[in-house]
Ligand binder design. Structure first.
Ligand SMILES: NC(=O)c1ccc[n+]([C@@H]2O[C@H](COP(=O)([O-])OP(=O)(O)OC[C@H]3O[C@@H](n4cnc5c(N)ncnc54)[C@H](O)[C@@H]3O)[C@@H](O)[C@H]2O)c1
Length: 348
């Protein structure tokens, strides 16, 4: 199959959730990949959004940041009227543990926010909407089984259920109104700027501080791990050349148990197993995520380039070099630090 990467060249792009982990890495990546494009970064600056992730872009004329909520119709309409041709929706509430404590924000943003965008795009059908989703919508796979894009949707926690809701709303608007919608479903990401409540940055930074790392249950839950830059490249490829109404899985194919990941992090940081603390398993914890991404590889010619061992070492090094980024977050000084640095309020 021939690959047409020049099918669409986005010129005015709106990236939502742009102050979060994937959003901020994506914005950096897209500014390089699309040298003629202007990018608007939208983020509500929840606890997970951090303007420090975009600070080096302050003087880049092709980029600007807007503080706003994707559930706010006026904000969305105003931004879309500024010549936007492509929306990449990475705004979401993302932490499974938090969704178990309360899922209002998850439903509001992960489902409602998608609907707000698509309602607005109904009036502006030239806009392509790229919905960033997750392998978690497929629920758990049995050993040896990989989920392709036609696999049953069986999310089993409030986070993944609301992500599934967002996907279904997006597909429904494509079918009902012929809107230009594409969906990506990626495996677990690692890399710079990941909020240190998630496993990899939490474990790396705890190990630096000689604190124990909490491993759920028997530690044998399996996940696939991809470097965030490979994810960004896949999203760009889908935005350029993905077929409207389609879903594209994205994975490195690099699967391992949480225990194996912990062993790698212990080895890289030079710590030993005494720092592992087995804790009560998360309720409804999915045992294994494993997806099949042959569609994006054969149809769009994407494949990951970052070697896992190299990528994870670089990520550990990034956290070594960026203590000033994560220490204020972990110590609870982040809000104060943020207000001093940027003079803005942080939403709860
Ligand atoms: N991190 C992963 O491993 C992974 C894997 C696959 C898919 N995804 C998906 O990628 C997307 C981004 O994930 P992440 O890991 O970067 O999450 P994150 O929590 O680091 O970032 C989410 C960002 O969205 C912003 N946000 C939340 N609600 C908002 C709203 N209503 N309006 C505007 N901004 C809002 C937050 O302030 C934050 O900056 C999510 O949709 C997630 O489901 C993540």
């Amino acid at each position: 199959m021939s690959i047409d990467t020049s099918k669409r060249q986005p010129k005015n792009v709106l990236v939502t959730g742009a102050a979060g982990f994937i959003g901020s890495n994506l914005v950096h990546y897209l500014l390089k990949r699309w040298p003629d494009a202007s990018i608007v970064s939208l983020d509500a600056l929840t606890y997970a959004g951090n303007l420090a992730n975009l600070k080096d872009l302050d003087d880049v004329p092709r980029h600007r940041f807007v503080h706003g909520n994707i559930c706010d119709r006026e904000t969305v309409s105003t931004l879309l009227d500024q010549d936007i041709d492509t929306v990449i929706n990475a705004a979401a509430h993302t932490h499974v543990d938090r969704s178990l404590l309360g899922a209002d924000d998850f439903a509001g943003t992960n489902v409602g926010g998608v609907q707000v965008f698509l309602d607005a795009i109904k009036q502006r059908p030239h806009i392509r909407f790229v919905q960033i989703s997750t392998d978690e919508v497929y629920g758990s796979q049995a050993p040896g089984e990989d989920a392709d894009e036609n696999y049953r949707l069986t999310p089993r926690n409030p986070y993944s259920a609301t992500k599934t809701g967002g996907d279904l709303v997006a597909l429904a608007f494509h079918h009902s109104f012929d809107l230009d919608v594409v969906i990506t479903r990626c495996c677990n990401n690692y890399g710079p700027y990941q909020y240190p409540e998630k496993m990899i940055p939490l474990f790396i930074t705890n190990l630096f501080e000689n604190k124990q790392v909490p491993l759920y249950g028997d530690g044998l839950h399996a996940r696939q791990w991809i470097h965030v830059d490979d994810h960004s490249a896949a999203i760009a490829r889908v935005a350029e050349s993905g077929r409207s109404g389609e879903v594209y899985n994205i994975t490195s194919g690099k699967g391992m148990t949480n225990k194996e990941m912990t062993a790698k992090l212990l080895a890289i940081t030079g710590k030993d197993e005494s720092l592992i603390k087995y804790v009560t398993d998360r309720p409804g914890h999915d045992r294994r995520y494993a997806i099949d991404d042959r569609k994006i590889r054969t149809e769009l010619g994407w494949s990951p380039v970052v070697d896992f061992d190299e990528g994870i070492k670089q990520t550990v090094q990034w956290f070594v070099d960026h203590k000033s980024w994560w220490e204020p977050i972990k110590s609870g000084q982040y809000r104060k630090y943020y207000e001093e640095q940027y003079g803005k309020r942080v939403e709860q």
